[in-house]
Design a binder for this molecule. Structure first.
Ligand SMILES: [Zn+2]
Ligand SMILES: [Zn+2]
Length: 182
């Protein structure tokens, strides 16, 4: 029953129902169970999610747990796997939740239903986290690009002809450093 309401919220946020969204929804619930926390909004950065996919599932996690890109507690580490790691900074507990492979015999609707309501250990594998806990979001200074005069986060500036420039104005010089000295 609680799951129904939770699933409803995910669909409202994401715009449609799909197996990927269901995976994120169930993973959020499973993460709360494993970490021993309530499904509550992460007001600050106390709960961190490292998503290995940028597909539909991340929306459910952003919506339900408030691990968001903007706050810096949703980190994309693209491996193309349907896997999500969760770290609770308050307790130091963490878990990596990996979707089990589905053989394609179920329809989209059946698969969505299975992911949401099937036995959790048939939907996911629970593993130790591999990546360490990321540092908290940093506040950076800004610099002005000498070319386009737009303001840019300091660590993303490049130096070109003695001026600091943004990535759009920077002309990369690939490969030069790989050549042997002649
Ligand atoms: Zn979707
Ligand atoms: Zn520029």
């Amino acid at each position: 029953m609680r799951m129904n309401e939770t699933w409803q919220r995910c669909q409202e946020f994401h715009g449609h129902s799909c197996p990927g969204l269901a995976t994120g929804c169930r993973a959020a619930e499973a993460a709360c169970d494993h970490l021993g926390i309530e499904m509550e909004k992460s007001k600050d950065e106390e709960l961190v999610c490292i998503a290995e996919t940028d597909a539909c599932g991340v929306d459910a996690i952003q919506c339900l747990l408030s691990c968001t890109l903007g706050k810096g507690n949703m980190i994309l580490r693209l491996t193309g796997k349907h896997a999500f790691s969760f770290h609770d900074r308050r307790t130091g507990k963490s878990v990596r939740i990996v979707s089990k492979h589905h053989d394609g015999s179920l329809s989209r609707e059946e698969l969505t239903d299975f992911i949401l309501n099937g036995p959790v250990n048939e939907v996911f594998e629970f593993k130790e986290t591999t990546a360490g806990i990321p540092e908290k979001a940093r506040i950076f200074r800004s610099g002005i690009c000498a070319c386009c005069h737009e303001s840019v986060r300091e660590d993303l500036l490049r130096i070109q002809d003695g001026n600091t420039v943004c990535l759009d104005c920077f002309k990369p010089y690939p490969g030069r450093w790989n050549r042997k000295a002649d």
